[in-house]
Every structure is written in C-alpha cells, then in structure tokens.
Design a protein around this ligand. Structure first.
Ligand code: S3P
Length: 429
C-alpha cells in the first residue's frame, strides 16, 4: 500500500515507541534455551520478532502471548528443542535466520530455514562458513542463499573466530552454536557491533587492547529472560532526525534503549548540533534505558567513517536525511554493508535523494550529500523497495516538503514499527 505524506507545519508530542527488535528476538530465543519459565514484557509486536516466535514454536517451545505485549516462554533448555516437522519460515528477518542457524547447528537438530524474497537474496555465506567449520552440514541455494538445510552428524567443534566483518548477527550466530559445545568457542571482535547477545547471556569477555574476545560454551548457564524490553532506539532515530530538521518541533520519546553499542546515531546527531535532552537514566534487565527529548536544531555537516558504522548501521538511512538539511557537505564511507540489508540501502537512498532533487554522490561504500537547512524536497513518489527503514526515512523527508509526497509500499514499516504511520499523524496534528 502507498502512503501520502503531507508537509508538516509542526511536530509536537510524546510517542510510545515500539519495543526493540534486536532485543525481542534474543529475549525469546534465550528464554527458549533457559530451563524454566520467562515472562517478557513490552515484547515487540512487529513482524520480524514474530517470525522468531513462530520458528521457536515449530521447534517445540511453548509461547503464550498474553495481553499488553507480554509473552510467557516455557524454556526447554539447550537440549529440549524438537526437530521441526515443517520449514522454519524466517519471513523478512535476517536476525531470525542467522541466529537460529547457530542454535540449530549447536543443538544438532535438522531443519530447513526459509525466508521471503528479500531474505532469500541476502548472503548467508558469512554464517555458512564458520558453522561448517563447527561441524554443520549446510545446503544452500548457490551455496550462499536461503533456503538453508542444516544438520550435523559429527561432534560440535569449538571455534576460534576472528570476525571478518563487524556484524552482530554473525557474532551471535557463532556464539549461540558455541553455547552447546563442551569446550569454549571464541569470537574475536575488533570493531564493536551491538552487544545484546553477550549482555543477555552474561558471556565472558576478555579485552586485549582494541580487541574483545567473547566466549561461549555449555558451561555458561542460560539466564532467565524476565524483563521489560526497552523501546527501540532505531525507531527513535527517525523522530530524532524529524525533530532536529523541522523548524517547529519538540518530541518526547520515553523509555528508549540506550545501549552504547547501538547509539552511534545519537553521538552523530549531537555532533551535528541537535538539541537533545536525556533524562530518567535507568536499567531494564541488562540494558540501559532513558527518556529522550529532541527540539528543532540548526545542523552542521558530519563525516561518518568505518569505525562507527556498525554502531549506527540501521540508522544511516535516516542520518542521510539529517545530512540533507545540514549546513554543508556530509560524507558516509566504510558502509558497504548497507548493500546487504533488506534491500541495497545505498542504492535505495540514492534513488530517494535523486527523486527529492538533492545534490549527492553515491560511492561503492557510502554517499556524499550536499546539505542545505532550507532544502525543500520535491513532492515525489518515493520508492521504498519494500524496506521498512527506507520507507520511514522517505516519510520523514516528505514532512519537509511544500507539496505532498507518496511513499510507495509504505506498509513495510510493520517489519519493525507497526504504528509508524499512526505516530506520524499524531505528531503532525
Ligand atoms: C542486528 C544486527 C545488525 C542490524 C540488524 C539487527 C541484530 O546487522 O542491521 O537490523 O539484531 O543482531 P549486522 O550487525 O549483522 O550487520
């Protein structure tokens, strides 16, 4: 479905954001691996974490969805999952497919993991290679893409794995397989990516200079996962940028997860001069949380380089919109990984910027954007490529136009933010 975006005269209000997607996936999976019941509150109602719940149920885990976004998971422990009698449909969710592949390999069960068209065209090579070294037998289309048929006949081998790319999904996949091994598996991380897996499983971490060595084995107890999932920082980022670039804005976002391995965009927006206030800092389980308020700001240009990219990987589409309204030229480099997301996000951004009439250049690993605080995007039809983050970035840009614009296939927002369009109209009314 296509969505019309009207130019906004002001953006005011308080939004109850959706629950964190990355944490919801992990909360459900780790609760399933725990021996005993976990009650998770504020579990995400978005499509991706629900793909995870469906797969866990097919693996024999009982999950009760109670009212008010609470789920009760009857954990079966590491050895309690059952061979599924049907495919595990991961939908659009890379996190579901990559993390579950680690669990399937570790458990020694046989399963076939499938996904939608977008997921079936995202590389799985990165997980296939280490999982095979751990003893998995994996059949994949063109030895790279889903469907993935996974089984294991040989014993699970522990792995010492320096991460070849800064990816939290890859890191988590290997650590989850390692959780089933008698001897520790070690993942060596040089560029930090989101650390929810290590935190929520309380895994041992040794720091050696710039490197982090994270270990998992059967000796690590899987803790109960009863906590409130923080609201999603990645969803907050859309409104942080909307509030910053709009001349009449004040937006409050309560209880947002502020895990430092996720908040690169917050640092970048502060560096650009965004008027942001953070209050009510507290913890929810192992994760830091706070309330954020953003107001209209005059933005400076910024340069994003490789080291910070894993820390703001999902926020780069909306940061590109912030750059468009900054006073000068901004640059993103070292972000080739964006070409392997739900769509090729660098290409999608280039199409969006071009449709808006912006001045920019696209590179193999990034973008250069000539910003202007008085930029008025053309009221165009923006392609979302069925990608939730591209659709939401286009909608925020549309608020700044003089003419209405259209976001094509804007219902993909349900992948991470089911109430996005309602929240947008609440802020503008
Ligand atoms: C995620 C990790 C990120 C991110 C994705 C969710 C996760 O991917 O883009 O939306 O929950 O582990 P990579 O770190 O694998 O690039």
């Amino acid at each position: 479905m296509d969505y019309k975006v009207q130019p906004a005269t002001s953006l005011q209000g308080t939004l109850q954001l959706p629950a964190d997607k990355s944490i919801s996936h992990r909360a459900a999976m780790f609760a399933a691996l725990h021996e005993g019941t976990s009650v998770i509150t504020n579990f995400s109602e978005a499509a991706d974490p629900h793909s995870t719940l469906d797969c866990l149920r097919r693996l024999g885990v009982e999950i009760e969805e109670q009212s008010g976004h609470t789920i009760k998971v009857e954990g079966v422990g590491r050895d309690g999952m059952k061979t599924p009698s049907t495919d595990l449909d991961c939908g659009n969710s890379g996190t579901t497919m990559r993390l579950l592949s680690g669990i399937i390999t570790g458990s020694g069960l046989s399963a076939r993991l499938t996904g939608d068209e977008s997921l079936s065209n995202r590389t799985m090579r990165r997980i296939i290679e280490p999982l095979r070294r751990m003893g998995a037998h994996i059949d994949a289309r063109e030895d790279d893409f889903a469907p993935l048929s996974i089984s294991r006949s040989a014993a699970l081998k522990p792995l010492h794995f320096p991460l070849p790319i800064a990816s939290a999904q890859l890191k988590s996949c290997v650590l989850l397989a390692g959780l089933f091994g008698e001897k520790p598996t070690e993942v060596v991380e040089t560029l930090p990516s989101r650390d929810h897996t290590e935190r929520l499983l309380s895994l041992s971490i040794v720091k050696e200079g710039e490197k982090k060595i994270i270990r998992s084995s059967r000796q690590d107890p899987v803790p109960q996962q009863s906590y409130r999932v923080p609201n999603d920082f990645s969803a907050a980022a859309f409104w942080l940028v909307a509030g910053a670039i709009h001349p009449d804005a004040s937006i409050r976002l309560p209880k947002v997860g502020l895990n430092p391995s996720r908040t690169g965009a917050l640092e970048i927006l502060k560096q650009m001069g965004t008027d942001i206030e953070i209050t009510n800092n507290h913890n929810a389980g192992a994760e830091p949380v706070a309330d954020i308020r953003v107001k209209s700001s005059r933005l400076r240009p910024v340069t994003i380089t490789e080291e910070i990219v894993p820390n703001c990987i999902d926020e780069i589409p909306i940061l590109a919109i912030a750059m468009l309204f900054a006073d000068g030229v901004s640059k993103v480099s070292g972000a080739e990984e964006l070409r392997h997301k739900e769509t090729d996000r660098l290409h999608a951004l280039a199409e969006m910027l071009s449709a808006a009439g912006a001045e920019f250049e696209e590179y193999a690993d990034g973008l250069k954007i000539a910003g202007d605080p008085d930029f008025i995007p053309d009221g165009a039809a923006f392609k979302s490529f069925h990608d939730h983050r591209i659709a939401m970035a286009a909608a925020v840009m549309g608020l700044m136009g003089e003419e209405p614009s259209t976001v094509l296939d804007g219902d993909s927002t349900a992948i991470s933010y089911p109430n996005f369009w309602t929240d947008l109209s609440m802020l503008t009314n």
